[in-house]
Write a protein that binds this ligand. Structure first.
Ligand SMILES: C[S@@+](CC[C@H](N)C(=O)[O-])C[C@H]1O[C@@H](n2cnc3c(N)ncnc32)[C@H](O)[C@@H]1O
Length: 218
């Protein structure tokens, strides 16, 4: 699959009014990228069971959408996948790239794509699996993003999503919202519509509920 990344996409994003909120993500993660790897394990529940429930074969092309600092990259690459880390915030991408250097030295296949996912159609039918680990809730145009995921997966390909669902109270809701997280079941409902063959697990953490979703493209 050709990865044709246009160096001009940032300009075109600005011209189109930044529908993916890249400027906002860049501002947020300029600082948060520095503390991300030691704070998020305390918050982002369910990432390990999500990947455990995702079937991957050696040689599969897996898109890790919103890969952040690359938490999932070694876990996917160790299973023999060729992983594409899709990440539009430069500070996060820089950290993921550092992580990938060590993995590539160990013979793992990892590449990166800095374009906002959903903004192009370069992967149509070319992905064996797609992962959204706590990234879908940060994507305002989620309908377009999920339509892309559906089109990018080959027939029989898998999608796995873990994300926040509801806050336990209004104060927690405001805090998540200040962290650019959109709550509610709209994304989960869309996933269930687009992938009729699916499994869902809704789980309770002390301050919120979150969901795990696994689906297959028919
Ligand atoms: C909360 S972090 C999750 C990172 C990682 N997946 C994890 O589990 O630790 C969400 C990431 O999604 C990225 N993101 C949000 N919208 C995106 C888009 N449309 N395309 C690519 N990355 C995006 C953000 O910049 C951020 O790094």
């Amino acid at each position: 699959m050709a990865l044709s990344i246009s160096p001009t996409w940032r300009t075109s994003q600005q011209a189109s009014g930044d529908p993916f909120g890249v400027a906002r993500l860049e501002r947020f993660y300029a600082w948060h990228s520095l503390i991300y790897d030691w704070t998020r394990p305390l918050i982002l529940f369910g990432r390990v069971p999500l990947l455990d429930g995702l079937e991957i074969r050696v040689g599969d092309r897996v898109l890790d959408i919103g890969c952040g600092t690359g938490w999932a990259l070694p876990r996917l690459a160790r299973r023999g996948a060729h992983v594409v880390g899709v990440e539009c915030a430069r500070a996060m991408l820089a950290r993921a790239r550092q992580r990938a250097v060590r993995l590539r030295d160990a013979g793992r296949q990892i590449t990166f794509d800095e374009r906002p996912y959903g903004s192009h159609d370069a992967y149509r039918g070319a992905a064996d699996a797609i992962v959204f680990s706590y990234s879908l809730s940060m994507m305002p145009p989620f309908e377009a993003v999920l339509a892309s995921a559906r089109s990018d997966l080959r027939r029989g390909g898998s999608i796995a999503v873990v994300d926040f669902l509801e806050a336990a109270n209004a104060m927690v809701g405001r805090w998540l919202s200040a962290n650019h997280v959109a709550l509610g079941d709209a994304r989960l409902r869309r996933l269930m519509d687009l992938f009729p063959q699916h499994g869902v697990s809704v789980r309770r953490a002390p301050l919120w509920t979150y969901y795990l979703f696994w689906g297959t493209a028919d």
